[in-house]
Design a protein around this ligand. Structure first.
Ligand SMILES: C[S@@+](CC[C@H](N)C(=O)[O-])C[C@H]1O[C@@H](n2cnc3c(N)ncnc32)[C@H](O)[C@@H]1O
Length: 260
């Protein structure tokens, strides 16, 4: 993927954050000079352009804009804070404060944000194999400011790593994290989720590999949790001993208990 970076029409390119982003991403900087994004893409024969905003980077691929936002995490956490509504993902993970959770499929990070809220004294690390998703989400999380302290702090505690999860898991020692979590794209194409549609064209679409689950079972101290379609046999294929329903009946969480 050939990706370039530019500023907004009125933006300056001497922002220190932008300079650090350019250095980390390696994306070539193209001065905006008031040109449209479509023209910039054409002139540079690029697949995407990252536009730097003070609130975080935005990727435009000619059709969709992709940028970090807490999507459903904010609603899920607000429901918990207002009404004590239990989150099915937290329930499946049996996450307690102080626990460490490795999210092997970060995406926009909604599940990671919810996890981070519930373990403020622990650690939430998110792995994302798409370099551009990882960069946009990492920098977007760092610059995000909703003025809601509980949300901003949960977001900023997350450690984002651009890595394919099998490779990353293989390099970890046994029992490195309490919980290892997967939410692969495989299922998502079957759902009409608006929140993740710009992500779809950028994301790694592969189903989970049994070798990754094997590594996850070695790395997890307590449990491995997988989000999947309730219909179908994917969770059985992956060796889940317990399957519990998500909030919507179409979704289920598969659990592999390892050290409980
Ligand atoms: C369905 S999304 C995850 C959504 C996320 N749980 C949330 O709440 O926002 C799946 C993400 O995992 C990434 N992914 C898929 N396979 C991966 C792999 N082998 N290693 C790391 N990331 C992967 C995809 O690129 C995609 O961004």
């Amino acid at each position: 993927m050939h990706i370039i970076a530019t500023t907004s029409r009125s933006g300056l390119n001497n922002d220190t954050g932008f300079q650090e982003f350019l250095a980390e991403s390696g994306f070539p900087f193209v001065p905006r000079n008031r040109r449209s994004l479509e023209i910039l893409l054409q002139e540079n024969q690029a697949d995407g352009v990252v536009i730097w905003h003070n609130e975080g980077p935005v990727l435009f691929n000619g059709q969709d804009k992709f940028f970090f936002h807490p999507s459903m995490a904010k609603n899920r956490l607000s429901a918990y804070r207002k009404h004590g509504t239990k989150d099915p993902f937290i329930n499946a993970c049996q996450l307690e404060d102080g626990d460490s959770l490795l999210d092997c499929t970060l995406g926009l990070g909604a599940d990671a944000i919810v996890a981070s809220y519930f373990t403020p004294r622990g650690l939430v690390m998110g792995l994302e194999s798409s370099p551009v998703i990882a960069l946009v989400v990492k920098w977007g999380m760092g610059l995000y400011n909703s003025q809601l302290k509980w949300l901003d702090e949960a977001i900023k505690r997350i450690k984002v790593v651009n890595s394919e999860h099998y490779e990353f898991l293989s390099g970890l020692a046994d029992n490195s994290f309490d919980i290892v979590y997967f939410d692969p794209m495989f299922r998502q194409a079957l759902l009409k989720s608006q929140a993740i549609s710009p992500l779809r064209s950028l994301a790694n679409p592969l189903p989970l590999d049994l070798r990754a689950i094997e590594q996850a079972c070695r790395v997890a101290r307590k449990r491995v949790v997988i989000k999947e379609r309730a219909a179908g046999t994917e969770l059985q294929r992956l060796g889940c001993s317990t399957i519990i329903s998500g909030k919507h009946r179409k979704i289920a969480f598969g659990i592999i208990r390892v050290g409980e």
